[in-house]
Design a binder for this molecule. Structure first.
Ligand SMILES: O=C(O)Cc1cc(O)ccc1O
Ligand SMILES: [Fe+2]
Length: 439
């Protein structure tokens, strides 16, 4: 595949024009009486028109046909396990761990949309509050169809297989250890090379932003210029029966039209899809003693209306040096007023070397105790505290949410990946209490 070009920056005002149609982007105004090349102007709003300027997000698309040329939406059941019904199961506060979710069998062709399975979530897109965590399990490219969510922004974390994503704004390839964010309303199509698996965090309100850096200073964590947005690339194709699949209030709807929606010749604005390579993360950590809270590894955050409380943070556990003195270095034992959903992209996670595998997941719900398993505790309590590169070829991540998440029926039962014995990994933690102050 040809080398794709990108625009670099986070939250920037971009403009892009397909080089095959120079001058397609109107100059000096958004809505000329007649647009260059006979294009239609269409605004895509990502915030209320009246949102404060520093939060206001919108883009202007100059396209061959306006999006409104489509037949009525009809209910679709292509994704059987996509749901926002958080009442399918009784609440379950237990520590949950899933073995890697199964890819579809090779004799069954499943695309990205059909392969969406909701694992857990909370809230409701109708009141624009909440989130859903899905996994996608697919093996074939979307054909004559495009997808968008009217419910939330999707942060996509590929674990296996590179995604070739065509959006209205242009094209991007997203490989494991990269992420993509496709925001509310943006249409896209996913092509894959083979069996592909990954995680999706969908937030029903607000947008992802970079965390504030406070005393860290002006640089660090995910640097804005490492976020990449596609450049305009249009196709002019009549495609009878092209399907636009709309995720709306937790259900899928499909509308037919007779042309490709990827007909945007030029665009400008600050409401855009983007990708980010997790290996670019500038890691900050304790360099003398103690274990920092994982918020230090926040890549992106979707804030709630409570100050500094996230609907969801996207946090990674990247390769890094561990150098702390007289310190229990792995994650501490803890109970959290936030929910912690974790996944593993590659390698192994420091707190649990076995059982938590790439393509699997764990959920430690609100106030449910968790921490290192017995082997990890033992090793870290008695190991020599030399500088150590932890997790050389690894990437674990966490979706951390202030909401209390419910597991779906698919997540709890149908997927058959829930590890009923997970709790055992803590049962052999020894009682070390002793008469002696020094053990
Ligand atoms: O539970 C986990 O593994 C995630 C986590 C990691 C860490 O370093 C500190 C707190 C925390 O919740
Ligand atoms: Fe935790």
């Amino acid at each position: 595949m040809e080398e794709l070009k990108y625009l670099s920056g986070f939250g920037s005002e971009f403009s892009s024009e397909d080089p095959r149609k120079p001058g397609a982007l109107p100059e000096g105004q958004n809505s000329p009486q007649r647009c260059p090349y006979g294009l239609y102007a269409e605004q895509l709003s990502g915030t209320a028109f009246t949102a404060p300027r520093h939060e206001n997000k919108r883009s202007w698309l100059y396209r061959i046909r306006p999006s409104v040329i489509h037949k009525p939406f009809q209910k679709s059941d292509v994704a059987k396990y996509l749901t926002h019904n958080w009442n399918e199961q009784e609440p379950d506060p237990n520590q949950s761990r899933w073995l890697p979710f199964d890819l579809p069998p090779s004799n069954l062709s499943v695309d990205f949309v059909a392969g969406l399975h909701t694992v857990c979530g909370a809230g409701d897109p109708r009141s624009r509050n909440g989130l859903a965590i899905h996994v996608y399990l697919c093996n074939s490219s979307m054909n004559k169809s495009a997808f968008y969510s009217s419910d939330g922004d999707m942060l996509i974390v590929p674990q296996q297989g590179t995604l070739k994503i065509t959006t209205e704004f242009g094209r991007m390839t997203v490989a494991p250890n990269e992420i993509a964010v496709i925001q509310l309303g943006m249409r896209f199509v996913v092509a894959v090379d083979g069996p592909s698996r990954g995680y999706i965090l969908e937030v029903f309100d607000g947008h992802f932003k970079l965390p504030d850096l406070g005393p860290i200073g002006a640089n660090g964590l995910a640097n804005p210029r490492d976020f990449l947005t596609p450049v305009a690339h249009y196709v002019d194709e009549e495609i009878p029966g092209f399907k636009i699949i709309n995720k709306y209030q937790g259900s899928l709807f499909v509308a037919e039209q007779n042309h490709s929606p990827f007909d945007v010749v030029a665009w400008h604005g600050n409401y855009v899809p983007y990708k980010y390579d997790l290996s670019r993360f500038m890691v900050i950590n304790a360099v003398l003693y103690d274990h920092c809270d994982p918020s230090i590894f926040t890549v992106l955050t979707c804030q709630s209306t409570k100050p500094a409380v996230a609907i969801a943070d996207f946090v990674i556990f990247p390769p890094r040096w561990s150098v702390q003195e007289h310190t229990f270095r792995p994650p501490y034992y803890h109970r959290n007023c936030m929910s912690e959903f974790m996944g593993l992209i590659l390698g192994a996670y420091e707190a649990k070397e076995g059982g938590f595998l790439p393509g699997g997941a764990s959920l430690h719900s609100m106030m449910t105790p968790h921490g290192p398993d017995d082997k990890c505790f033992q090793g870290a309590s008695y190991g020599e505290l030399v500088p150590q590169k932890i997790a050389v070829d690894t990437q674990a991540f966490m979706f951390e949410s202030s909401l209390s998440l419910a597991i779906t029926k698919w997540g709890a039962e149908t997927c058959q990946k829930l590890d009923a014995k997970y709790y055992e990994c803590w049962q052999n933690l020894p009682k070390l209490f002793s008469e002696n102050i020094n053990i």
